[in-house]
Design a protein around this ligand. Structure first.
Ligand SMILES: [Zn+2]
Length: 210
């Protein structure tokens, strides 16, 4: 998705071009039983975030999806099934993954997401103009905490990656959907470390001015 992304600067985003110390925390793959623990921490710290949800999980955990929105966070589209979009046609991506996820998110929360993050960040270049025509914004990341990688995702590693790689306008990739506690354990220190440096937190759509 990165080669052709430069040709679509109003469609594909990895960060915000700003000198202000504003940053967006994002959590992929929920809602799931880990998500309320993340929401508790974000509430304690009064920090807004963005959740890229799976439609299948919104279907399974509607109350948690509602709490994401009720707590003031952005809810956005991460596909229905977490399929790799490289292996799907544009029509399959739209009809089987994106539309049903935004529809169930709307039915459950009242919010119809038009921003999306493809699973694994994978998208064929040709799909970008198709999604643009359908009115979607495509959101990547500029800081990968690698909390998804079990070979290097101790809480200490997640914290140091987030705090070392942070920059003004960053979009930080983290996860909810894995059966693991390390992101939950790392999150308070990440937030406090960023606050100590003077960062303020924004939802992705605010950060990007969408
Ligand atoms: Zn994912």
């Amino acid at each position: 998705m990165h080669r052709q992304a430069v040709l679509f600067p109003d469609v594909v985003f990895r960060l915000a071009a700003t000198d202000e110390k504003t940053i967006a925390l994002t959590f992929d793959d929920g809602p799931d039983p880990i998500t309320p623990q993340l929401l508790d921490i974000l509430a304690d710290e009064t920090v807004p975030a963005t959740f890229y949800v799976l439609g299948s999980n919104v279907n399974q955990f509607p109350d948690i999806a509602r709490r994401i929105v009720a707590d003031g966070h952005e809810i956005a589209n991460h596909s229905w099934s977490h399929a790799d979009f490289i292996g799907l046609t544009d029509e399959e991506i739209l009809k089987n993954e994106l539309l049903p996820t935004s529809q169930i998110t709307f039915d459950v929360t009242g919010v119809y997401p038009k921003t999306m993050r493809p699973p694994y960040g994978n998208l064929r270049d040709e799909t970008i103009p198709f999604l643009d025509k359908e009115g979607w914004k495509i959101i990547g990341w500029s800081v990968d905490t690698a909390d998804w990688d079990r070979t290097r995702n101790s809480p200490e590693e997640i914290i140091s990656r987030a705090l070392n790689d942070r920059h003004p306008g960053a979009i930080v990739l983290m996860h909810s959907g894995y059966v693991m506690q390390n992101t939950v354990l790392a999150l308070p220190e990440i937030i406090r470390g960023l606050k100590a440096e003077g960062y303020r937190f924004a939802r992705v759509s605010e950060l990007l001015g969408l």
